[in-house]
Design a protein around this ligand. Sequence first.
Ligand code: RIB
Ligand code: CA
Length: 316
Amino acid sequence: MTKRILIDADPGIDDACAILLALASPELSLEGVSIVHGNCSLEQGTINGLSILELAKASHIPVAKGCEKPLVQPSLLAPETHGNTGLGYAKLPDPQNRPVVQHGCDYLIEKILSSPGEVTLVAIGPLTNVALAIRQEPRLVHAIKELIIMGGAIRHEGNATALAEFNTYADPHAAHILFHAGIPTTLAPLDVTYQCILTSQDVERLQNIDSPISTFIKDATRFYMEYHDDYQGIEGCVINDPLALALTFAPELCDYQELPVDVDISGGVSMGKTFADFYNYEKKPANMKVALGVKARDFVELFLERMEMLAGSVGV
Ligand code: RIB
Ligand code: CA
């Protein structure tokens, strides 16, 4: 039985890799992609989402355009990380398809309420779409089978500020709504994703297969690796979103703790910082499962094997 999933993304280089991983995973049925502001503008992210699906010969999968701005915070994009197009140095043909006419929030509501308890939502961008969707339709809280969030930094330093991770910093109020909504949630924070580094040698391995998928990954990650080297002294690039996606079918890649987790929305220096009450000082129940350990190299190998399979199936 395949697992039905929806992805809410801000494509984005690692978002693109997560979408490709979903398409390369026989355990999953990717039923739709909603787009949110973040790594690049909503307009650009929507084009990128459509183009990535067409690249992988999956243009039958709907794309829905969601929110172009955070709930309260000013807009925050990441051209230094993902380039002005959001896909680094990769050049994809303009998409033939158009997004569905529904707003991304309406699309998520319709898809999830039409099959209550059956759809897993993988949120790998700022959480604006998902937060607004549950405010618009509170029944979603009990209809989502599981929410997997790539976001936050628990014991790990931030990648948007010294303290905060990009997705929760870009829209901390949306994260706050979701952290307190009561949806069965798994969090994949920087604590685990920053251990998952794709190296240039890994990318070279994919070039043994003559495929637009291999070329895309090479061109997109070349920009992404330059960012990681210039800004963080990392050799390679951190594939955050593909790890979160992989937890839908390989949860054993990580070790988890059920913890009370919150996000700072007080507006000070730690705005958007996520934190876990490990000693339960506040005597609150755990509100999510937090991935704190990861078999990083096992995951990267899984990602590469599946990209090789996808590249092999998508000819030139
Ligand atoms: O902090 C990493 C996260 O922010 C990833 O989802 C990346 O794509 C950006 O959205
Ligand atoms: Ca993302």
